[in-house]
Design a protein around this ligand. Structure first.
Ligand code: FEO
Length: 169
């Protein structure tokens, strides 16, 4: 059985994963509205990943005999100036996700809840990948600048991204 503290922390993380999904959907809409459908595709795939994360936490609470408590989801930002700004915000957002998961991991370790420590390790590893992916794109955007022609090449590149449910999850 999960402690009340850990159950609350994981329910809070479910809310933040849903907020992440909402945030990336808002970003996808920004790009699609600006005819950059490939970058919009990147963010649509990102929303699917976030939903996958949500359900992974959700199923874990239920598997441990806990209770799901869903709360209102905060509204995402809806005004963006450039692709560069969006990816800077995405990286900051993913760093915040990492910080929150690390906090839950600290709590699970403090409580000697070995099952939760093992469960969270997947997310710790996943966040390394999430931050690296966004960092790489942000690096390219720094060469391209706010509205450079290279944006169309990046749009082409990101149109190929597809959602593949992780097999190790
Ligand atoms: Fe669910 Fe992008 O972290």
């Amino acid at each position: 059985m999960l402690s009340q503290k850990l159950q609350d922390a994981i329910n809070e993380q479910i809310n933040f994963e849903l907020y992440s999904e909402y945030t990336y959907l808002s970003m996808a809409a920004y790009f699609q509205g600006n005819d950059l459908d490939g970058i919009a595709n990147f963010f649509n795939v990102q929303t699917q990943e976030e939903h996958f994360h949500t359900m992974k936490f959700y199923n874990y609470i239920l598997e441990r005999g806990g209770k799901i408590v869903l709360k209102p989801i905060a509204g995402p930002e809806v005004e963006f100036k450039s692709a560069l700004e969006v990816f800077e915000k995405t990286l900051a957002h993913e760093k915040e996700v990492t910080r929150r998961i690390n906090e839950i991991m600290d709590l699970a370790k403090k409580e000697n809840d070995h099952a939760t420590v093992s469960f969270l390790q997947w997310f710790i590893d996943e966040q390394v990948e999430e931050e690296a992916t966004v960092s790489k794109i942000l690096g390219k955007l720094k060469y391209i600048g706010e509205h450079g022609p290279g944006l169309l090449m990046l749009d082409q590149e990101l149109s190929a991204r597809v959602f593949t449910p992780p097999t190790n999850a």
